[in-house]
Design a protein around this ligand. Structure first.
Ligand code: ZN
Ligand code: ZN
Length: 414
């Protein structure tokens, strides 16, 4: 380990108590996406105290730039929490407060260091794809362009001129400290409205058209389609009947089927989404029911950059044994970091130290030494290594971004 990295790691250890105190404060301040106003204030308060300048990005996000010149490494930190399952209130049940905490610890450790490049630390809002009516309102007002924070930042030019992207996420993997190279699936969002004709179900059912029958046929059709998916592609489709007109003596005139289609690769995702979309449409038509399929982009699959992950693992090995590091796990989850991985060399590593279910009310941070202190070291160590051994995806970025905005984010028919 070189002298600078040793010094940076020592700073993080020396700041350990404050890092953990900040992390607890952030965990106790869960806010939904694009509503992270108090989290934003806490971050600014800390940056002001350090005299570190920042700029606003994507409504509730913040950008801190340290160092100068090439290479330019972006470090992402999600900020948003989730609603509690039971009753009211919110909770950081995806552990994003730990990412915000790690990013602050990284800034604190690097702010007085001589840097052979630029690190852009980006506090990123709205990772969870929820609360979409509120976000649509923000979009209608022109306050954000897209419902996901990273998609909004990509469109807003935050990653123009960036060479590569680092991020981390809490992991529930047992008996280890880290995971590296894990795959996140991508997903496409479908909502299908079936509109029939209501009629007296006893006196004149023949005068009606049953929308619920079309919805049920569509769900059956999608279930049969599952034979068409290669298990290697990890395609996952779980349609739900989210609305249905329901009175026993009236022919149902309205039903809504919603589903995500998930897959490991872009190719498999788009092929599966095309099949499912056609099935949802034609099953309605087969029943002579007016059918409207809405298809929207979710997130792309996360394709990890192996070159950067080799550096990430080297840094993990400074903090953990080989046996404490899991590699190339397949998660059924998705993240908007996947979209970035389609544009730039991108990685996301996992760190343990949490318990309970992700997105569940029993989620808790149980090993603060691992969850709060080791991730900023892995990030800092990898940033310093990337300054010496750069990995750049700048070439062709503009063309990839233009195609991404048109073909992916522009693919909504809503
Ligand atoms: Zn989550
Ligand atoms: Zn998450």
């Amino acid at each position: 380990m070189n002298e600078q990295k040793q010094r940076v790691f020592r700073k993080i250890d020396a700041n350990g108590d404050q890092i953990i105190a900040r992390s607890r404060r952030l965990f106790e301040t869960p806010e939904l996406g694009y509503r992270e106003f108090e989290t934003n204030r806490l971050i600014r308060e800390q940056l002001d105290a350090w005299g570190v300048p920042y700029a606003p990005v994507s409504y509730t996000g913040l950008l801190v730039t340290l160092g100068q010149g090439a290479p330019v490494v972006a470090v992402l930190a999600d900020m948003d929490g989730l609603p509690r399952r039971a009753g009211t209130g919110r909770i950081h049940s995806c552990g994003h407060s730990l990412q915000t905490s790690a990013a602050l610890a990284l800034i604190e450790a690097l702010r007085d260091e001589p840097l052979q490049g630029t690190v852009k630390v980006i506090f990123t809002p709205a990772e969870e794809m929820i609360d979409l009516d509120y976000r649509q309102g923000l979009m209608d007002w022109g306050l954000v362009r897209y419902p996901s924070g990273k998609q909004d930042m990509i469109a807003g030019g935050v990653f123009d001129g960036v060479d590569c992207v680092l991020s981390c996420h809490a992991s529930g993997e047992p008996h280890c400290r880290f995971d590296v190279g894990s795959i996140l699936k991508g997903f496409v969002i479908f909502k299908t409205v079936y509109r029939g004709v209501g009629a007296h179900a006893g006196a004149a059912p023949y005068a009606g058209k049953n929308a619920l029958h079309a919805a049920l046929l569509a769900q059956t059709g999608v279930a049969f389609l599952k034979d068409r998916f290669n298990p290697q592609d990890g395609v996952n489709v779980q349609p739900v009947l989210s609305e249905a007109a329901g009175t026993v003596n009236i022919v149902p005139d309205h039903a809504v089927v919603e589903t995500y289609v998930r897959a490991r690769t872009q190719e498999a995702l788009f092929a599966a989404a095309d099949l499912v979309g056609t099935c949802l449409q034609r099953c309605g038509e087969a029943m002579d029911i007016q059918t409207e399929v809405t298809r929207r982009p979710g997130f792309l699959p996360l394709v990890q950059n192996q070159q950067i992950n080799a550096l990430v693992k080297e840094n993990m090995l400074l903090l953990a044994d080989e046996g404490d590091i899991r590699e190339n796990l397949l998660s059924g989850a998705s993240g908007d970091v996947g979209d970035l991985s389609a544009l730039l060399p991108t990685i996301q590593f996992g760190f343990t130290g949490v318990s309970g279910r992700f997105h569940g009310d029993d989620f808790a941070i149980v090993d603060e030494a691992n969850a709060c202190l080791r991730p900023p070291k892995v990030l800092a160590g990898t940033v310093l290594d990337l300054f010496e051994r750069p990995v750049s995806g700048r070439e062709g970025f503009e063309a990839r971004k233009a195609a991404y905005l048109k073909n992916w984010l522009g693919s909504s028919n809503a």
